[in-house]
Design a protein around this ligand. Sequence first.
Ligand SMILES: NC(=O)c1ccc[n+]([C@@H]2O[C@H](COP(=O)([O-])OP(=O)(O)OC[C@H]3O[C@@H](n4cnc5c(N)ncnc54)[C@H](OP(=O)(O)O)[C@@H]3O)[C@@H](O)[C@H]2O)c1
Length: 255
Amino acid sequence: MTLCVAVIGAGVIGGAIARRLIESQAAERVIATRRRVERLRPLEEIGVITTGDNRWAAGEADAVFICVKPNDVKGVLEEIRGEIDGKLVISTAAIIPLSYYRSIAPEARYVRTMPNIAALIGEAFTAYACDERVTEEDRQLIRRLLETLGPCEEVEEKHLDAITGLSGSGPAYIAIVIDALLYAGLKVGLPRELALRSSAQAVLGTAKLVLEGCLDTSKVKEMVTTPGGTTIEGIYQLEDSAIMTAFMRAVESAT
Ligand SMILES: NC(=O)c1ccc[n+]([C@@H]2O[C@H](COP(=O)([O-])OP(=O)(O)OC[C@H]3O[C@@H](n4cnc5c(N)ncnc54)[C@H](OP(=O)(O)O)[C@@H]3O)[C@@H](O)[C@H]2O)c1
């Protein structure tokens, strides 16, 4: 059976999803919508069908992604209500609980997800929660679709706001870290390109050490920090600036 997936609201995250779905061939047909259809041309060029007609897109699809801003979810759901009966609907919208979708269009089965912008390169972390009517067969389809964005994990819905504040917003925090390291590199006289490349690679390499090397973060710190060495001088300054508290506050506020 050929799989058709609609992405309603193909902006930043919806555009990344449409792109990954078609490039990975996880779906044979991908239909992307937004009101300013002309902005969908780059997706059209890679084989995505584009339209401004949400109702038609939802009607054609076996599964529907909703990727509009939280404030636009109600309008879109009301518009496509007649087309999603009995279908799987996967939303990326922050904040909005599963119960809200069901209250507007009760005949669909819903998944609430929180990816991040690294979906563009298949390196997002996506947490998702399913409503109770989602079947085992649906779960297989959900994984097939979400794994095109990067690693994914089913969680209880109560965790999704915190995931939004942590990994949903995470790329912005880490971009700040890379920027800070870049400036630090400039301060100690490195050329800009070299400072940027070495900062970004330090972030990437450390993340891989933790995720793939099964090392915990304290082990990484221990391996880098020799007594009386250079790293402990750096750590001393970081601890003094309460960097942990700054991140904890950021995630708490975003949540
Ligand atoms: N950006 C992220 O990193 C990220 C990460 C995780 C989750 N999210 C969530 O994903 C959702 C989208 O975020 P985003 O950053 O991708 O926003 P965005 O770039 O503004 O994308 C939303 C898109 O929806 C389209 N749209 C608005 N109303 C529509 C309608 N009635 N029918 C069809 N398309 C419509 C808009 O295009 P037109 O104006 O041309 O219609 C826009 O391109 C949000 O709910 C957000 O919480 C975002």
